[in-house]
Design a binder for this molecule. Structure first.
Ligand SMILES: [Zn+2]
Length: 93
């Protein structure tokens, strides 16, 4: 025991950092297991993980339901503007 604690698992800082990658599906199976085992034994990290999961659900739901009008208008304007720039100089009735 006590040879190299870095090999056994992950500490909290590491765990929190990896949660994002975990949720993005960017971790290898081996790393997922390590994160999961850390979350099982560490309440603060588990709470952070739950929060992040909830947050992502919320964002995903909102994006699926509706893009806010303001944002939609901005995007439309940006696209319009991009396409309209060329035709502006050579107007033909
Ligand atoms: Zn932790």
């Amino acid at each position: 025991m006590g040879m190299d604690h870095g090999e056994e698992g992950v500490d909290c800082r590491e765990a929190l950092h990896r949660i994002y990658h975990f949720l993005d599906g960017e971790l290898t199976a081996d790393r997922r297991v390590k994160i999961e085992s850390h979350l099982n034994g560490c309440v603060p990290c588990l709470h952070m993980f739950d929060l992040e999961v909830e947050l992502r659900k919320l964002v995903a739901d909102r994006c699926r339901d509706a893009v806010p009008d303001g944002l939609r208008a901005r995007i439309a304007f940006a696209i319009d503007h991009e396409h309209g720039e060329e035709g502006e100089s050579g107007q033909t009735p």
